[in-house]
Ligand binder design. Structure first.
Ligand SMILES: CN1CCN(c2ccc(C(=O)Nc3n[nH]c4c3C=[N+](C(=O)[C@H](O)c3ccccc3)C4)cc2)CC1
Length: 311
């Protein structure tokens, strides 16, 4: 599989760090993951760390198929490969006996899509977010994507829902935190699992949903959609359209409308990401440079106001 050059040995031999289960204390529930619960927890006896380290713990339900178990292991193998400030950090696993755990960096701000939707202007109260905030979030994800590109890793599901925030506060950092689609492809059971209906068609370029061709330029297209999600404060792309309608529209050259408060510079990045010719789409380095340029000139821009109510 072009995604990886690791030998397809049993994941356990992939050198995953085994954490003694007695060092993990689950403290709360973060949400229902694709497999089982994701808990917040505290990890003790961490070298170089005084006191307990707050962590997120993904759990595999004790009753599950061999298939689900190896999917879970593969997710750990994938995340453990990366070391970047904009990709969720891998800490270790408890695979010695059930229930199996994957221990990851705790990101307390929740997912990016939910955060954006909650930050929308309310009745005559402007959004708490500025253009600068949106550019910073976009840059964070672009930097994470650039790291994946450098590691020749194709994510296949770059979207706001798959990114998490360190905090909701002003010093928030966005990180790519879900690798489920890439994992399924590697396990090559995705055709069984992800029938067309489950494919993130609204985030996919034509060559992907038409011919199943995936390259790093697939992630560039998806990043363009994520940029649109950020600047539309968490709208669903192609509102009201079915996946079939989006495939027809996009194949015929149709594209998303510009979000309300979006500069020409940011819009031109989106449009470039959505070139029908994959090679014409920008690299993540180019995307980062133009976002950084926008960020320099965006200081002091007014906050995003609700669209004027027709009086
Ligand atoms: C009022 N708000 C409500 C929302 N709230 C939250 C809601 C969810 C989380 C959360 O899941 N945090 C996570 N930290 N690390 C990982 C997490 C998930 N992981 C996973 O691997 C999950 O599979 C995952 C990955 C990507 C996106 C979602 C879930 C790894 C944190 C705060 C803050 C307070």
């Amino acid at each position: 599989n072009p995604n990886y050059d690791i030998v397809d040995t049993k994941p356990a031999e992939q050198g995953l760090i085994e954490i003694p289960r007695k060092n993990i204390k689950l403290t709360g529930e973060l949400g229902q993951g694709a497999f089982g619960e994701v808990y917040s927890g505290l990890l003790s006896n961490v070298p170089m760390v005084d006191g307990d380290l707050p962590v997120a713990v993904k759990t595999l339900p004790p009753v599950c198929t061999e298939q689900t178990e190896s999917d879970f292991h593969m997710e750990a193998v994938i995340v453990s490969q990366f070391n970047h400030p904009n990709i969720v950090k891998f800490i270790g696993v408890c695979f010695s006996h059930h229930p199996h755990y994957i221990v990851l960096e705790l990101l307390e701000g929740g997912d990016l899509k939910t955060f954006l939707r909650a930050a929308r202007p309310k009745q005559d109260q402007p959004s708490s977010l500025t253009v600068l905030d949106l550019l910073r979030l976009s840059l964070d994800v672009a930097r994470g994507c650039q790291h994946l590109e450098e590691k020749r890793f194709i994510h296949r599901d770059i979207a706001a829902r798959n990114c998490l925030l360190t905090t909701k506060g002003p010093n928030r950092t966005a990180k790519i935190a879900d690798f489920g689609m890439a994992r399924d492809i590697y396990r090559s059971d995705y055709y069984k699992k992800a029938g067309r209906a489950m494919l993130p068609v609204k985030w996919m370029p034509p060559e992907a949903f038409l011919d199943g061709v995936f390259t790093t330029k697939t992630d560039v297209w998806s990043f363009g959609i994520l940029l649109w999600e950020v600047f539309s404060l968490g709208h669903m792309p192609y509102p009201g359209c079915s996946n079939e309608e989006v495939m027809t529209l996009v194949t015929q050259g149709g594209r998303l409308d510009p979000p309300d408060s979006c500069s020409l510079a940011v819009l031109s990045i989106m449009i470039a990401c959505w070139s029908s010719v994959p090679e014409e789409r920008p690299t993540f380095s180019a995307i980062i440079s133009s976002l950084e340029k926008s960020l320099q000139s965006s200081r002091g821009l007014p906050v995003i106001y609700a669209p004027p109510t027709i009086s």
